[in-house]
Design a protein around this ligand. Structure first.
Ligand SMILES: [Mg+2]
Length: 170
């Protein structure tokens, strides 16, 4: 069913609401995260202490992290280097290939991975296509790439439909 492919396993206000103990209990060892409007506002490059602390906590708790972003290598590498983690840029999500590459980089199996992102049609759909655990967050900022803004209107419709059917968690 199409709607099921667009449905996240978890729906959160932000990355800071992520329950790491719950993920661990599920056997999740690695997080494949989106960049723009998931970790940071689109177009912004100031890294706030809260984000650095979040990465520290993930590391302390033993999670591996890989950024998978459709954005350019120039932008993605700034964050990958800052947090010393692998990344896949120019990712063409929701294709499966960038997610497979992230699994390889992290050295984990699909059932050990969680996908974290702010978009249904790239992050959630891409993760679900590979059977990964998917976590949707509300976008950090209303500012976005113009192409994304069009997709958001359809996304709102999908989220409403999921909610109406009682499929949307949280
Ligand atoms: Mg995003």
């Amino acid at each position: 069913m199409v709607l099921k492919m667009l449905c996240p396993d978890v729906y959160l206000e932000s990355i800071y609401d992520l329950d790491l103990d719950k993920l661990k209990k599920k056997g999740i060892k690695g997080i494949i995260t989106d960049l723009d409007n998931t970790l940071i506002s689109w177009g912004e490059d100031t890294i706030y202490p809260s984000l650095s602390e979040w990465f520290e906590k993930l590391k302390e708790e033993g999670f591996k992290v890989c950024i998978v972003s459709n954005n350019s290598p120039d932008r993605v590498s700034i964050f990958a280097e800052k947090f010393n983690i692998p990344a896949v840029s120019g990712a063409t999500k929701p294709r499966r290939r960038p997610f497979r590459r992230a699994l390889e980089k992290l050295g984990i199996r699909p059932e050990e991975a969680a996908v974290l992102g702010d978009q249904v049609f790239t992050d959630v759909l891409g993760g679900n296509r590979l059977g990964l655990f998917t976590i949707l967050v509300i976008p950090v900022s209303p500012r976005e790439f113009i192409g994304t803004r069009v997709v958001r209107q359809i996304e709102r419709y999908v989220l409403k439909a999921l909610k109406k059917r009682g499929m949307l968690p949280g």
